[in-house]
Design a protein around this ligand. Structure first.
Ligand SMILES: Nc1ncnc2c1ncn2[C@@H]1O[C@H](COP(=O)(O)OP(=O)(O)O)[C@@H](O)[C@H]1O
Ligand SMILES: [Mg+2]
Length: 381
């Protein structure tokens, strides 16, 4: 179901997915007087801990999905990698924002790239790969270095292999068997940036300041905002994100990851039709956070100002931070401009996103320094 319906405070927002994005969404929604009902296969996860109600069931449990969809007033997502059938069952029963077709596009790299390229948006040269001979041909066409990515279920660099001049193609394909993949050219970028746009049911858009992202081991490590790029490039990046949201006919939030080349050219890397790790800084850094904006867009309320309050930096806290025991929280918070966000996850596995620290500053450099220093202080004993 789609439509221009407005959901007022007092309505129940259903959220598919149970992670930290759903948790921070629930905080914003409940603050505004909405009820939040989450659906996740994991019991008492980050989102459930902050929800009014939590359904614990598998995504392929049709009866549970239908019952959940019938118990809410609108459905949104904090996670896009669920079976198409789940989205379809829910869509039959309930207003779904963003609409299911957008989830299906964004959950598969091939569909996503084909949509973007087909609509004339800039993407890295790519090929669809379904077997080893297609890989050999595509490498001829695209050249090296290239990156082979599984089409489905990838995040934090999982399922990706880089193909350098000396890489043996046979070894790359081993273990993939007949997995559908995308081969793309490696882009020699100067910076990675992302832009989060919101679009409401009437088609109005609002776009946040550009985030500059630094990854470590393919996982986002640091976001600083506003990105240290030319105003002209920032304007182009923001316009690009709005154009993609428009083309998708999105209602909700869209994060657009981009590569910025040294000549100023922008290449779209990935889309996420939901809140994004690179937008967590907006909680402290902007007039309206990405999470509140998501609530407003999904409920059909006027979008809030995306104005920047202060330069801001965010560092992720991965499970690795727990290696030497419980992190020293008071030491980190001795930085008075630093804010702690923990997601309520019980197992601090290496590489797992457990929380983040946000710092505001007079300049973006000062904010970065505070955030990094605070994270280093977690190891003090
Ligand atoms: N075509 C590319 N050229 C250069 N670097 C890339 C390319 N694709 C991915 N990367 C690097 O790998 C990271 C993760 O890839 P991405 O496609 O965003 O997958 P994930 O779903 O894991 O975030 C990117 O943020 C970027 O640093
Ligand atoms: Mg990515």
């Amino acid at each position: 179901m789609t439509g221009a319906k407005t959901l007022l405070p007092g309505a129940t927002i259903g959220v598919m997915g149970g992670g930290q994005l759903g948790r921070m969404f629930a905080v914003a929604a409940r603050r505004m007087g909405y009820f939040v009902h989450t659906f996740s296969p994991d019991k008492n996860g980050p989102a459930a801990q902050f929800s009014d109600q939590a359904t614990t069931a598998a995504y392929d449990d049709e009866e549970a999905v239908r019952r959940f969809a019938g118990a809410i007033d609108v459905l949104t997502f904090e996670f896009e990698n669920m079976p198409a059938a789940t989205i379809e069952w829910a869509s039959h029963q309930q207003l779904v924002r963003p609409k299911g077709a957008i989830l299906l596009t964004a959950q598969n790299r091939l569909r996503e790239k084909e949509f973007l390229a087909g609509a004339g948006f800039p993407v890295a040269p790519f090929r669809r790969i379904a077997n080893s001979s297609e890989l050999t041909q595509a490498i001829e066409a695209i050249g090296r270095p290239a990156i082979l990515k599984g089409a489905a279920f990838g995040y934090d660099g999982k399922g990706q292999q880089r193909i350098d001049p000396e890489t043996e193609l046979a070894a790359v394909w081993e273990g993939r068997e007949d997995e559908l993949c995308v081969l793309e050219a490696v882009i020699d970028f100067e910076k990675e940036i992302s832009v989060i746009a919101a679009r409401d049911p009437s088609g109005a858009t609002a776009v946040f300041p550009v985030s500059e992202n630094i990854h470590r081991n393919h996982i986002l490590d640091l976001t600083l905002a506003p990105a240290r790029i030319e105003e002209r490039v920032a304007a182009a990046a923001r316009e690009l994100a709005c154009d993609v949201a428009e083309k998708l006919d999105l209602v909700g939030l869209l994060a657009v990851e981009m590569f910025l080349k040294s000549d100023g050219e922008l290449i779209i890397n990935e889309l996420a039709p939901r809140p994004h790790n690179s937008g967590h800084w907006t909680i402290e850094g902007c007039v309206t956070s990405q999470f509140e904006q998501n609530v407003r867009a999904v409920c059909g309320l006027p979008l809030g100002s995306t104005g920047l309050l202060r330069p801001t930096a965010m560092v992720n806290l991965l499970g690795d931070v727990w290696q030497g025991g419980e992190p020293h929280w008071p030491a980190a918070l001795e930085e008075p401009n630093v804010h702690l966000h923990l997601y309520g996850k019980h197992q601090p596995r290496p590489g797992r996103k457990m929380g983040h620290l946000t710092a505001v500053g007079e300049t973006v450099e000062a904010a970065v320094e505070s955030a990094r220093r605070a994270r280093e202080r977690l190891a003090l004993n």
